[in-house]
Design a protein. Structure first.
Length: 248
């Protein structure tokens, strides 16, 4: 009986240990901060007991990424290209707003500062809106022929529309929220850009059936896919302000 009790306690301790200390399967993207030895990581990690964590973290270039040691940044969007001593973040909190149009506002819900790894962070939080925009948020898709990189922007030229809102044939985006999606050879399949949306427009009201309500606040994100028409490799770009996948 004592042996069974000891075996039971041992099995319980093993389960607790592995439940609390999962072996993480992590997908990592990283970008450098211009003029700094700091690296920003974007992580998507799966551990034991179906645990899942995702977000951003910042480390010195000499530090190895480790899920047990990182501190997640208090935001999911860079309001401007990260600088070596100052980073502006935006966080959109899902499900925080009431479900009526009159209670949905464009004003921030919080605004504060933090110091992380010797960098001053300015964080602005918003609550999401009660409906989705039929045009301004969600996934947009385009093709392009040429692209240029400057210190703080990517410039797409000869852009053609596939899905979403129409864009000019030449358009640029600030660095910070740009991710290069490539295969193992470095060939780029698409360049992904996240854009924070804060405006008045049309939204879907969550009723059955759905109805469109004009002149309503929109707080959310648009995701732009830019697909190269010609063969393009990630080595053509720096990773200063641009996320590239970390491969082991």
């Amino acid at each position: 009986m004592k042996r069974r009790k000891k075996l039971f306690l041992f099995l319980v301790s093993v389960i607790i240990f592995y439940g609390c200390n999962p072996s993480w399967d992590v997908t990592l993207y990283s970008q450098k901060i211009r003029g700094s030895n700091k690296i920003i990581y974007q992580y998507d990690a799966w551990g034991g007991r179906d645990s899942h964590q995702s977000g951003f973290a910042i480390l010195d270039s000499a530090e190895e990424f480790n899920m047990s040691k990182i501190t997640s940044l208090p935001g999911s969007y860079f309001a401007e290209a990260p600088r070596k001593d100052y980073i502006k973040l935006i966080q959109v909190n899902g499900g925080k707003n009431p479900t009526t149009a009159k209670d949905t506002i464009l004003n921030p819900s919080k605004h504060y500062f933090k110091n992380i790894k010797g960098i001053k962070f300015e964080i602005t939080e918003y609550n999401d809106t009660y409906g989705s925009s039929p045009m301004n948020t969600g996934l947009m898709e385009y093709e392009f022929e040429t692209i240029k990189e400057t210190n703080d922007r990517l410039i797409f030229e000869n852009v053609t529309h596939k899905a979403g809102i129409e864009l000019p044939s030449k358009i640029s985006f600030a660095k910070g929220n740009i991710t290069i999606f490539e295969d193992t050879t470095g060939r780029i399949h698409r360049i992904i850009i996240e854009k924070f949306i804060r405006m008045k427009g049309e939204i879907y009201k969550p009723t059955k059936p759905l109805e469109i309500v004009p002149d309503q606040a929109i707080i959310g994100f648009a995701t732009f896919y830019f697909i190269p028409k010609k063969l393009l490799y990630s080595s053509a770009f720096t990773n200063e302000g641009i996320f590239k996948q970390v491969r082991k």
